[in-house]
Design a protein around this ligand. Sequence first.
Ligand code: V47
Length: 369
Amino acid sequence: MIEATGHIADKDLRQIAEKINNDIRISPDEGLVLFQKAELSLLAVLSGIVRRKKNSNLTYFNRNFHIEPTNNCIYNCRFCSYHKPAGDPESWEYSHEEMLDIVKRFDNKEVTEVHIVGAVHPLHDLHYYGKLIQKIKQHRPELHIKAFSAIELDYMIRKAGNTIEEGLRQLKNYGLDSIPGGGAEIFDGQLREKICDEKTSSELWLSIHETAHRLGIPSNATMLYGHIETYAHRIDHMERLRNLQDKTGGFNSFIPLKYKKANNSMSYLGEVSIIEDLRNYAVARIFLDNIPHIKTYWPMIGKDIAQLSLSFGADDLDGTIDDTTRIYSMAGAEDKNPEMATDEICKLIRDAGFDPVERDSLYNIIRYW
Ligand code: V47
């Protein structure tokens, strides 16, 4: 496959391709060159080499559902289409009982994970959410609870008067199994000022994940792209994640999140092209050599691009979802009621030339389909 690199006209690109083929880490500058100069077809080949070395021909998915406890948020991020103030006709806030009812709807279904992410509600601290987790575990002990972005954790733990380490320990005792990757947005401080100035800093986001990893709580990482960032900002973001992963090894997957323009105050920017999405998946797969999985989150990117992204480094489709998330439909994603039956996910994967495999939340294989 790599004979192709001999024909690459650009000397920089040829050297980078050789490195990738020989399993040598590329530098941030080289990552930037890939973004700036590499053709889509070359990125497909190079990310395919990395993908196959790490995950062979497998594409993972899990059976999961989401709970979004509230969209009442103290923050006002400019890209967010989801948050609404209390009293707004589109705002909601579920009680513990209502959220347990969502869990009970899945009693006879073979789901393995609940993903709980909402907003930073002004009144709820870690014990409010800890007791929710405890009730879910009492009802269904084997269900993996992946819950609360670092932004929610920062607020709920501070509200309870604890340090991050104490708070995470307590949440782990309540039953928290892992942490999703939200709230990372883009780490550059100046950009963060422009798009989400009130939010937890990048340094604190990274430190919350580092502490979680030290306590044996694995997590994911995201990057919001396709707004006002440059390629250099994306590489900076991924470099900070790569450095932390070198220290802790606690990230399971990296999830690029494409900025969606509906119903938020950055709509004038529009959205980047599918080509840009694919380039981004590919460079992420190549650059993040120490993060095992690249997730293509189909409720956000759409099923067709998710399927294409499997040939650009992505190896994980997240889950069946069962129409339990609104974050992306509110931001303009095509699928207003995101759900995929297991058969449909498997067909999507097979049609792209890969082998579907059902995983648990920690990427242990449950079943080859
Ligand atoms: O942090 C919000 C993003 C994230 C918009 O860990 C937007 O398995 C695009 O983190 N356009 C929350 N993105 C979702 C998230 C996530 C999703 C799936 C799987 C996992 C995981 C985590 O959604 C936020 C923010 O970056 N977001 N608004 C928007 N208009």
